[in-house]
Design a protein around this ligand. Sequence first.
Ligand code: NAD
Length: 249
Amino acid sequence: MARPLTLITGASRGIGAATALACAREGHDVVIHYARDEQAAQAVATQATALGVRALLAQADVAVQADVARLFETIDREAGPLTGLVNNAGIVGAKARLDEVDAERLQRMFATNVYGSIWCAQQAVRRMSTRYGGAGGAIVNVSSVAARLGSPGEYVDYAASKGAIDTLTLGLSKEVAAEGVRVNGVRPGITDTGIHASGGQPDRAWRLAPLIPMQRPGRPEEVAEAIVWLLSDAASYTTGAILDVGGGR
Ligand code: NAD
């Protein structure tokens, strides 16, 4: 039987890289998508290949619709048919109150986190849904506990973008449920990745550990395991679910 083929966006590092490797361990062929860091993506692909699966490297800016279309055409040509999508690529801004956020930041945030997930989900549905002659599939959207907490004083804009992701998961799951496509989400809590440094708070994950019931940040691999389960046939009757993976936060 053909192996599942899963695209993980933003897979050169962090939760995306851990998810790509967890998928590979479960026998998925993987598409390691990256924005700029080809070398890091290549290193993840090499590790995946060593696990005995196929790994395709593919570049795109998920915020650009035409780039996403090109990404999926590359997958069709070089690997298809796609059976899984993990909408993981995302950004956070520097710590700021909402009244300090400028238009450029807001546009970039929503273009990446929300529009990017929608562009990818549209392309995936057009390939997986029985409505389009596909054989079914599964999508997992990476949200955040911020969608529930609101992140006041840090990044309400980011939290709002993740709230949109949760609604996308709920709505799309119902739209395609009878067409063989499951759509679920995970809400990571504070996870120890480079995103905090890119948001100007490199020590954030451990500084905020006392606020986490389990008293420590999560590891990317712990989020990856939840994603892999949601992609798998073990979750065959689970759709529209959004799983908190946040150490109790
Ligand atoms: P990360 O910064 O390590 O990884 C994010 C990835 O997204 C990077 O590979 C980056 O290149 C990619 N990316 C960003 N903008 C892109 C664009 N326009 N086009 C293509 N790729 C782009 O961060 P992470 O912590 O691994 O985050 C992964 C996901 O998890 C994000 O959606 C993030 O919001 C979410 N999340 C993270 C945490 C956390 O504490 N680390 C908590 C909750 C949710």
